[in-house]
Write a protein that binds this ligand. Sequence first.
Ligand SMILES: Cc1cc2nc3c(=O)[nH]c(=O)nc-3n(C[C@H](O)[C@H](O)[C@H](O)COP(=O)(O)O)c2cc1C
Length: 350
Amino acid sequence: MKPETKCIAVAPMMDWTDRHCRYFLRLFAPDVLLYTEMITAQAILRGPAESLLRYSPEEHPLAVQLGGSDPVLLAQAARRAADAGYIEINLNCGCPSDRVSAGAFGACLMLDAPRVADCIAAMRAAVPASVPVTVKFRIGVVDRAQEGSAQASAAAMQRFDEADFARLEAFARSMIEAGSAALIVHARKAVLGGLSPHENRTVPPLRFDVVERLRAELAGRVPVIVNGGLRSCESVLAALATSDGVMIGREAYHRPWLLAELQAALHPSSPWRAPGAGEILERMRAYALAETALGTPLQAITRHMLGLMGGRAGARAYRTLMSQQAQRGMPAGILFDRARELCAGSDGMG
Ligand SMILES: Cc1cc2nc3c(=O)[nH]c(=O)nc-3n(C[C@H](O)[C@H](O)[C@H](O)COP(=O)(O)O)c2cc1C
């Protein structure tokens, strides 16, 4: 697979990759695959499905991530999402937060592979064949309660032995058998109990080598997308050499210019040119005016845009404007005019 045909995705991130964030990120790269935040199947079926699944057509290519562990509910939610036009339905088996674990979603599901396989198969059967169903998971799960002590849990988190690999490979194979069209692997173990969600994204060691080995063992049966800790264009290009694609989370959110750098690096002969910061502000101004007229608070949009001026002169004043002034009720038109003034002179790719 040539690098330019490999998948670059922005990770699902709760409270971050909402529709306003995705609209903004799309302006940096036309081809990157965007994911929604995790939406639980229950919320879609029992709650305001239309608003939860709502997006702007410009956000495409766009995938939805579902949370849940009930095959029937997940199948129904997947169908709703496919009807809404999402091009991929992903199941979250990688998120370790206690809240998620208590509701039996996320990484704890890796301890019950047959159940996840039932979920994937039910989702697969519920949506058209043209819509891939995929799963996102960790390289392993450490359950503090099963390990018995904090020390044993820490040791299990640090090691990755043959038994770990056998479990990972068996899980991956059962996902493929059930119909998962790709595997998205966060290259860290998840620790259930004892680590906060933030620590679970920083403390367990990153093991890209494990994902690489998994991909080799699976011998091309489905694409394997690697996730975790990718922060530079160089590290992404290096990861693409040994994977079928990458998923980028925090760095894409905090430094969206990375997406433009990757778009340019992977499609050198495309006529696409990275927009300047001024152009992005113009597009977001129009978006914010339309959205605030419908009742969206301005800050719900601008809070995702703090990375636009990162590293440039005026960045601090820009961040203050986009966070505090938006919250204090400055009208969208005035706020974006001021932002344009701050970014004048520092246009071009970040
Ligand atoms: C604020 C935040 C929210 C997240 N929410 C989700 C989520 O809803 N579903 C999920 O699968 N992973 C979630 N994650 C994990 C990311 O998708 C990703 O796997 C993780 O951040 C590692 O990638 P990174 O190092 O590139 O950020 C979240 C991460 C962050 C920082």
